[in-house]
Design a protein around this ligand. Structure first.
Ligand code: URA
Ligand code: SF4
Length: 196
């Protein structure tokens, strides 16, 4: 399958999407970006101000921290696919509503089916809840399960889900930086184990 071509089609679809009211306030829908054959996928919550302006995920303050965290795990931004649960910016950066997440879910489903990642890092409670329940796990608060991998099996093979705090947590609560960096070090260790 031409995964890159299918992702481009999906990008056009979200740009024109009106499945939920978030289309009204967006400047750009943000599908996501990264190699179509990425082994690792990151799922955040929703675009913020800068993401909406540029049409790219995690390019604001949380994105800068995310780039540092990726480095801690020995990863570069270029090798991971990054997206969000919801593709349009909620007004004033409020949390997406459950009905908005539901309306947008088919896009994330198609991204998962096309990219078939081996590892999904969920960033924050919204992505963690959605991805864990999709693969049959009970949703739990991120504060309890951050950094703890879940092993799932899918039609395309094994999948490791790693729930992590959202990088923006450390922007609001600076002491959380240390926890985030520790968790991402663990992500690096898990990746090294998988390669062996
Ligand atoms: N926060 C998110 O959850 N996603 C982004 O793309 C940017 C900030
Ligand atoms: Fe469509 Fe998702 Fe944007 Fe809502 S958030 S308009 S469902 S792309």
């Amino acid at each position: 399958m031409d995964v890159a071509g299918e992702l481009e089609k999906l990008r056009l679809e979200v740009q024109a999407c009106r499945r939920c009211p978030l289309y009204k306030g967006r400047r750009n829908a943000v599908l996501g970006e990264g190699p179509p054959n990425a082994r690792i996928m990151l799922v955040g919550e929703a675009p913020g101000y800068w993401e909406d302006l540029q049409g790219r995920p995690f390019v604001g303050a949380a994105g800068k921290l995310l780039n540092e965290l990726l480095k801690t795990a020995g990863l570069s931004r270029e090798e991971v696919y990054i997206t969000n649960v919801v593709k349009c910016r909620p007004p004033g950066n409020r949390d997406p509503l459950p009905e908005e997440e539901e309306a947008c879910a088919p896009y994330l489903e198609r991204q998962l089916a096309l990219i078939k990642p081996e590892i999904i890092c969920t960033l924050g409670n919204h992505a963690t809840r959605r991805i864990l329940s999709k693969y049959g796990f009970e949703a739990q608060p991120i504060s309890r399960i951050h950094g703890r991998p879940f092993q799932a099996s899918t039609v395309s093979g094994r999948l490791l889900i790693i729930p992590l705090f959202h990088p923006a947590t450390a922007l609001h609560r600076p002491p959380m930086r240390e926890t985030l960096f520790k968790d991402w070090l663990k992500v690096g260790e898990l990746l090294a184990e998988l390669k062996n």
